[in-house]
Ligand binder design. Structure first.
Ligand code: NI
Length: 145
């Protein structure tokens, strides 16, 4: 464990001491560690939930047994994330797909991992952008002023 020295306002220190007393911490260090841990967990959860738009690109051999069907199944299973997919027949064997995804970053990442990790899928790449104006789920109406 590392030891650090911090400067803290008197009122914040009073808050720490109150928390120590109320929650039965043995020391300020213990109390502050737990508070930081809570903050870190909240940060992780927020990043997981942060809305994003993303492109997922990959190449696959459409002759690999069942692969094209398995990839399409996955897209249908996650139709809530999948906005559109561009399919390019690169040559006699290989296909390039670019999927546009939209949703919570964690769910988009897991979906992408699930596609890219399939046997026969190569050159998988996910590019995430923050979604500043997330679409309301199941609402396709737009206002044009
Ligand atoms: Ni193709």
């Amino acid at each position: 464990m590392e030891r650090i020295t911090i400067s803290i306002d008197a009122d914040l220190l009073a808050f720490v001491d109150e928390a120590c007393a109320a929650r039965g911490y043995g020391s300020r260090s213990e109390a502050i560690r737990d508070m930081l841990r809570e903050a870190a967990n909240a940060e992780t959860a927020a990043a997981e939930q942060a809305p994003c738009v993303a492109t997922l690109s990959y190449v696959y051999d459409h002759e690999t047994r069942d692969l094209a069907r398995r990839l399409a199944d996955r897209q249908h299973d996650h139709h809530d994330l999948s906005v559109a997919t561009l399919h390019v027949h690169l040559d006699r064997h290989e296909c390039l797909e670019v999927s546009v995804l939209r949703g919570p970053s964690g769910a988009v990442r897991r979906f992408a991992d699930g596609v890219v990790s399939q046997r026969g899928v190569r050159h998988g790449h996910l590019h995430l952008l923050p979604d500043t104006e997330p679409a309301a789920p199941h609402n396709n109406s737009h206002r044009h002023d």
